[in-house]
Write a protein that binds this ligand. Structure first.
Ligand SMILES: Nc1nc2c(c(=O)[nH]1)N[C@H]1C(S)=C(S)[C@@H](COP(=O)(O)O)O[C@H]1N2
Ligand SMILES: [Mo]
Length: 204
């Protein structure tokens, strides 16, 4: 069993003196943004899978997942609908910690994140293996509420909020990029808020 580390990462992302990325407004609230209903998830049957281009697939239950070393990340959250919530404390398990459980095949370059309820989103491996990316089960000191993705969500601070998939059920490793739920509907394949990568039709 891995020991919990209790590390804290503080992410500061100001650029050119700006506190928020271009086109964003600061809010103290934490709006809920979900397409469709909040799925009902039972921790008894909850499972997390790592599959696709790995030597051996891994499946974890809730106890196994929450036994993994813990990470705390303080980071802003930017929704493409233009609100930014600057101070968030997330606690959970680093993406990198989860990746230690598998051997990715050499051709793996991207991931598709899968969720209870069917939502998906795509990300490059070199983005999700950044130190500030985690699977979070706590937000601002409280268990993550179901509406915000509880029991477990992905948090990718350096990307727009739609990449921070709620109710995560697994990660699929792939040998090329492929669009997820919103990316199919015109959202940007990368989604970097500092470059305003909102929509994919901008010939970027
Ligand atoms: N499974 C799932 N994850 C999701 C969404 C969703 O509809 N379903 N919405 C995304 C969007 S657009 C944003 S901005 C954030 C919002 O997170 P919040 O509801 O906790 O504010 O969740 C993202 N993750
Ligand atoms: Mo969003």
């Amino acid at each position: 069993m891995l020991r919990k580390l209790g590390r804290t990462q503080t992410i500061r992302q100001d650029q050119e003196g700006l506190e928020v990325p271009p086109g964003q407004f600061v809010t103290e609230k934490f709006p809920v943004l979900t397409f469709g209903p909040t799925p009902k998830i039972d921790l008894e049957t909850w499972r997390f899978k790592i599959f696709g281009l790995v030597e051996e697939e891994v499946e974890l239950d809730w106890d196994q997942f929450t036994d993994l070393a813990e990470l705390k990340v303080e980071a802003p959250f930017h929704c493409v609908t233009q609100w930014s919530r600057l101070e968030n404390t997330w606690e959970g398990v680093a993406f990198n910690e989860v990746m230690k459980l598998v051997s990715p095949k050499p051709e793996a370059t991207h991931v598709m994140v899968h969720c209870f309820g069917g939502y998906t989103t795509n990300l490059p491996l070199d983005v999700v293996t950044d130190d500030d990316v985690l699977f979070a089960y706590r937000h601002d000191g409280e268990p993550l509420p179901p509406a915000h993705g509880g029991p477990l969500r992905l948090v990718v601070p350096k990307r727009y909020g739609w990449k921070s998939a709620k109710w995560v059920s697994g990660v699929e490793l792939m040998d090329k990029d492929a669009p997820g739920f919103w990316e199919v509907r015109g959202y940007h394949m990368r989604g970097d808020p500092w470059n305003e990568e909102r929509f994919w039709d901008e010939l970027t």
